[in-house]
Write a protein that binds this ligand. Sequence first.
Ligand SMILES: [Zn+2]
Length: 425
Amino acid sequence: MHRAAKVVIERIRALGKISDEQGKLTRTFCSPAMRKANNLVASWMKEAAMEVREDAIGNVIGRYVAGLAGRAEDEAKVLLLGSHLDTVRDAGKFDGPLGVLVAIACVEALHKSGTRLPFAIDVAGFADEEGVRYQSAYLGSRALAGTFDSKDLKRVDANGITMAEAIRSFGGKPDALSATKTDRKRLLGYVEVHIEQGPVLEKNNLSVGVVSAIAGQSRYECNFTGRAGHAGTVPMSMRSDALCAAAEFVLAAEHYAKRSSGLVATVGRMEVLPGASNVVPGEVTLTLDVRHAEDSVRERACLRLQKLASEIAKRRKAQVRIEKRHEAKSVMCDRRFSRMLDKIVKQHQGKSIFLPSGAGHDAAAMAAITPVAMLFVRCKGGISHHPDESASAKDVRMAIEVMNDFLTELGNAQAQQRPNANRSK
Ligand SMILES: [Zn+2]
């Protein structure tokens, strides 16, 4: 096995043992497990000759300084790499840490060969992406991007601890979050390696793929109200069964999404009232999640699905109320970076595909201030957010090699742009 890939896998296993819950992997924002994880990742960054700091929200960031002949380091552009170190509850080991550890492996390779690039590399281990503790995603990357909403500091976790208190006890500075904001003028971009969390690369028999866009998403809560009644005495022809209306809508949403390329629509939760075996359901509340890489397609789908819900309710003499709970626009990945990745991936595995990301990532938050790109790594069975989540050493090796070449190529391109900033070796 390639040594660097072996080290990455060993480190992923080591991080996988650092958990807030016994017997399963759960690492949430500003928890004792995150403290241990940050310290361990910081020690690996230092081994790779990086200067390490922890910012006001608890992101651990290592810097590999640029090689600028005779120029001040603080003039150098910065390429940001990384991913998140927090996890969902009962998580897999690869979601997040893979991107941080591949980035450290690439810096380690540069350090070992004595190479400095005409830009600095920052590797970020973000403090929160999954949002388990405060139901608010991308806390780490939003703080870095300067889009953190300070109202969030008042949120409380399940134990009544405010976010501000949690950050403070972690060693962060909730009152100085605005200072964490990175200098966007110096940023070249953000590139994230992440497991695919889906089955597309495996189906195509490919180790890695280039992300075209991060899908936008809309989440709704739909409430169907019919008329509850006795399951034995109300004839079928005289019912307004809220669950039958909801069930028809679930299948209609599935049918509609199947006919539109790339569109996904999911009803993930349903609550039936009164919820008794001998009562006709009077009320059903369900969630609808709609995603597509193109906002116009998603928006059209949402309008159509709302119309379908109304038609179904009307036909069944029921009512439907639909409320939007969340909306995020899609993020297009940077064309220049993505083309570079695509070319390098082709050189390494003979074939490269672009694929959209249906899941959100730190790259979506960083896109607010800088060009972003992502490289997906095949994951076994497409399984993620589950202890069985896994990527092979061969595929991790491929990701490291692609990213090594990407850094070299970007270094060459930058050196050409600024002839004074020699690539030193
Ligand atoms: Zn992730």
